[in-house]
Write a protein that binds this ligand. Structure first.
Ligand code: GLU
Length: 546
């Protein structure tokens, strides 16, 4: 009776019970996987968030379940305006749409809402009130000073720090005294009255980590904070129960608080979903692995991939590669299949750490871009350039046919060229096609073994016989070869090796000099096509000024 009184003094306006909410949110008709993405609206889209969301979304989609968005905004100091819209837009861009949940800052869809924790205050309080009535939760009046004193005392005695057992000063405070304190206006929070003594071990099957075991929780963790909002521990347990999540997929940083969560489900006497703790995204720093850091690593921000111009599909496929290393082999066997046809399997996920490796991302990306038709490469590049490199966008537009031709060089071969991993790679590979850059370009690469004097000597003669009307690569090369032979270069490698003194060099040196005069580069795709793109006037001009 007095516990009821205490509960009513703490939550006078809460009239509903957990049973009422259970009835309001009955089990779903959908028997498949119900997963969620549950970010805090801090406004920073971390690639780890996309990674975690992708796991949850794939599981739901491949089982025809439900994937929903829940906003965990109980720490209101950290909230950033517009973050929900930003999250939704980012996920959409990465191919993930929510079946249910928040659809904007203040809108949502679905029958299991509200989907924003700050709007669920009364629900959490109803569950907390019920626990108080049962003696499973209590108001705690410990001040910050008291708590730090306790911590010091425990540390000095080499004891586990925290609010538990004999150290939980307000655990057994007589109800009448608690009521008196509340009536006197003393601030308080609500803590769990943990039934654990810390000795029993709990066996747990995590869908990624496998069988794990840990000591039962004995900490009287905070359930409701001073502002009346719940902690993450309490909120997610209540939410995942009422929203009927079947699989909680979340970062492994939560693994250490799993004992608390397991106990909360027991104490609340509600069904626990299955858990899959996703390995943290790591990166190699020198020879050691460390967490991808928001502060140190530009690639931790999702915006990085936009700015660099990675096609979204490349990032998605790369993330699928990290989720399941079998993805690569699947892709080889199913070169044209949509990546969503790949079945993500939690038990095939790395248990230890997902290594994020830009070099590997670049490989995956180059591969995908190399298989895109030239027209698509052009369009995606222009879309990116319009936003991130207006100058290139406008220049490329003036030569659109030529650039499409360039993007198409060697496309339809067994080994298509892999020039670009991202759109920021395009400019350095095509600048020489534009006089605007070529005229100002300082750097000039010379073929190995050919001096600038020799190259100039070759070009001074070549420009006199250059014929822009040759219609194929073969014709052009034959013409160049005849010229090279006439001016004393050798067409046969063996012959040249045996009699190096008889020749000025190899035909390839002559081709290299022409390439250098026209592009200032030693490596370019097919020079004949480049000359067609440049056009007769430009080719002749460049030969002239070399
Ligand atoms: N809001 C939590 C986070 O951002 C979500 C953890 C979970 O998915 O349960 O880390």
């Amino acid at each position: 009776m007095s516990l009821d009184k205490l509960a009513n003094i703490i939550f006078p306006n809460i009239t509903k019970t957990p049973q009422d909410y259970m009835a309001q949110y009955p089990p779903r008709d959908n028997p498949n996987m119900i997963t969620r993405y549950a970010p805090s609206p801090t406004g920073f889209q971390h690639i780890g968030g996309v990674f975690a969301a992708l796991v949850a979304q794939r599981l739901a989609a491949q089982s025809e379940g439900v994937f929903y968005l829940r906003i965990e905004d109980t720490d209101q100091k950290r909230e950033v305006e517009g973050a929900i819209d930003d999250t939704i837009a980012t996920m959409h861009k990465y191919g993930m749409d929510f079946d249910e949940g928040m659809t904007g800052d203040s809108t949502s869809k679905g029958d299991y809402g509200p989907y924003r924790q700050s709007e669920r205050k009364e629900i959490y309080q109803a569950f907390a009130k019920d626990l108080i009535q049962k003696g499973l939760a209590y108001p705690c009046f410990a001040t910050a000073d008291e708590l730090s004193e306790l911590r010091e005392q425990q540390t000095a005695q080499k004891l586990t720090p925290g609010y538990y057992g004999e150290f939980a000063k307000y655990k057994n405070l007589p109800v009448e005294q608690a009521i008196a304190k509340i009536e006197a206006g003393e601030p308080y929070i609500i803590r769990l009255n943990s039934p654990g003594d810390g000795t029993t071990r709990i066996e747990f099957n995590d869908l990624i980590k496998g069988e794990i075991s840990f000591p039962e929780n004995n900490q009287d963790v905070v359930l409701i904070k001073g502002d009346g909002l719940p902690t993450y521990h309490f909120a997610h347990v209540v939410d995942d129960a009422l929203m009927h999540t079947t699989h909680v997929t979340r970062g492994e940083e939560w693994l250490s608080s799993l004992p608390i969560h397991v106990q909360l489900f027991q104490v609340l006497d509600i069904k626990r979903p299955q858990y899959a703790h996703i390995p943290t995204i790591m990166k190699l720093d020198g020879s050691s692995k460390r967490k991808l850091s928001k502060r140190k690593d530009v690639e931790s921000a999702v915006t990085y991939y936009d700015e660099e111009g990675y096609p979204i599909i490349c990032v998605i496929e790369y993330l699928l590669n990290i989720i399941n290393s079998t993805y690569e082999q699947w892709r080889e066997q199913n070169p044209t299949a949509d990546c969503t046809e790949f079945q993500v399997a939690l038990d095939k996920m790395s248990k230890s750490g997902a290594l994020f490796d830009i070099v590997k991302l670049n490989d995956v990306s180059k591969d995908i871009i190399s298989k895109m038709p030239a027209e698509q490469v052009y369009e995606l590049y222009m879309e990116w350039a319009k936003q991130y490199d207006q100058q290139m966008h406008d220049l490329v537009e003036t030569k659109s046919d030529g650039i499409k031709t360039f993007f198409g060089i060697d496309k339809d071969t067994a080994k298509p060229r892999k020039d670009f991993a991202k759109w920021a790679d395009v400019k350095p590979k095509i600048v020489y096609l534009f006089d605007e850059f070529f005229d100002n370009e300082q750097e000039l690469e010379l073929p190995k073994g050919v001096s600038i004097e020799t190259a100039r000597d070759i070009i001074s003669q070549y420009k006199q016989i250059y014929d822009h009307n040759l219609t194929s690569q073969e014709q052009w090369f034959e013409h160049l070869k005849q010229f090279a032979l006439q001016i004393g270069y050798c067409a046969n490698k063996k012959e040249y090796k045996n009699n190096p003194d008889k020749y000025k060099g190899m035909v390839s040196d002559v081709a290299g000099a022409v390439r250098c005069a026209l592009t200032h580069r030693v490596n370019t795709p097919d020079l004949f096509i480049i000359m067609q793109i440049l056009g007769e006037v430009t080719v002749k001009h460049r030969l002239e000024i070399f």
